[in-house]
Design a protein around this ligand. Structure first.
Ligand SMILES: [Zn+2]
Length: 321
């Protein structure tokens, strides 16, 4: 009897693996997390993935025959129909038929999609946007991944490149992004961007408790120190987060004007500091959007690190049901 789904989230730095029941319960709430072998190319990523899946089967003493399918979240752009990672330069993976390879190994159906789309799917199926028709999602962490569920279904676009919310330009003259655009949301508002901007400010001689806590060492500067400084009322940190709010609000106004969603869900590590940017973000969004945006149209993910795993569960469940 098929009782389980194997669930994978292959991220740039971490790979997360779990066992779900066919009713959507993560068994023992156990998420097995290992480093992704992204520096070593596609075959290494596959071998790493297989090791993680085998660990889960062994850990729970589950017979592969009782697995109904494997749901996988990976980096975009990703051909979700064929389960092919199209091009992930940072992962050193190009046109890699991950789903086919996993099918050959485990002889079960495999469904795959990019992490942004699965984030949106999870929030719409069981998260803070449960049951709503049109749901947009963006994670603000190392990078800014996006996804859209429109009329209850993942909107992938014609070439699997829809909902790239991190690559909307909010500063046309800004720094060049690897995507070709300038001043992308990801270049200005992601966790990586926060660290980069803090470092530049430190080197420019600005003063902050966040820099004191890092001993004025540019290599020790990080977002967590900024949040601590903001909590202590540090002027630099508070102003920094107000700017973060303006960046996000500008970007949200674009997404709202394009999609008119029921709700936009924000996730990722940076949103832990929302107390310091939410108000400014909403003010900017309301000022720029063509429509009224009541408070309840922007929500924060509560699944966070697990959102892609839940999305991968719904993806394989609905494809095999
Ligand atoms: Zn970009």
């Amino acid at each position: 009897m098929k009782q389980y789904y194997l669930i994978m989230d292959i991220g740039m730095t971490k790979t997360t693996c779990a066992l779900f029941t066919t009713d959507g319960i993560c068994v023992d709430d156990y998420f097995y997390v290992i480093p992704s072998q992204t520096a070593f190319g596609a075959e290494a990523v596959l071998a790493n993935t297989k090791n993680a899946l085998d660990h889960i089967l062994e850990h729970f003493k589950v017979d592969p025959g009782s697995v109904a399918g494997i749901g996988v979240g990976g980096p975009g752009p990703l051909d979700a129909a064929r389960g092919v990672i199209i091009d992930s330069p940072m992962m050193g993976v190009k046109n890699f038929a991950m789903a086919d390879r996993l099918r050959e190994i485990y002889h079960v159906p495999v469904a795959m999609d990019n992490d942004g789309n699965l984030g949106a799917l999870a929030e719409q199926r069981c998260g803070v946007a449960k049951g709503m028709s049109n749901v947009l999602y963006m994670t603000v962490s190392t990078g800014c991944g996006g996804g859209a569920v429109l009329n209850g279904q993942i909107h992938r676009g014609s070439h699997y490149s829809a909902a790239e919310f991190g690559h909307i330009s909010i500063d046309p003259e800004g720094e060049k992004c690897p995507c070709g655009n300038r001043g992308c949301v990801e270049m200005l508002a992601s966790g990586t961007a926060i660290t980069r901007r803090m470092r530049a400010d430190l080197l420019a001689g600005k003063k902050s408790m966040a820099f004191e806590a890092a001993g004025y060492d540019p290599d020790k500067v990080k977002g967590a120190l900024l949040t601590e400084a903001a909590a202590a009322g540090d002027e630099y940190a508070l102003a920094f987060y107000r700017q973060e709010g303006r960046y996000l609000g500008q970007a949200l106004a674009v997404y709202f004007n394009c999609f008119d969603p029921d709700v936009f869900v924000l996730g990722g590590g940076v949103t832990k500091a929302r107390a310091y940017f939410h108000e400014e973000m909403m003010r900017e969004l309301r000022e720029r959007a063509i429509m009224e945006v009541p408070d309840d149209r922007v929500k924060y993910s509560v699944m966070n690190d697990r959102v892609v795993a839940y999305g991968a569960y719904y993806l394989i469940k609905e494809q095999t049901a």
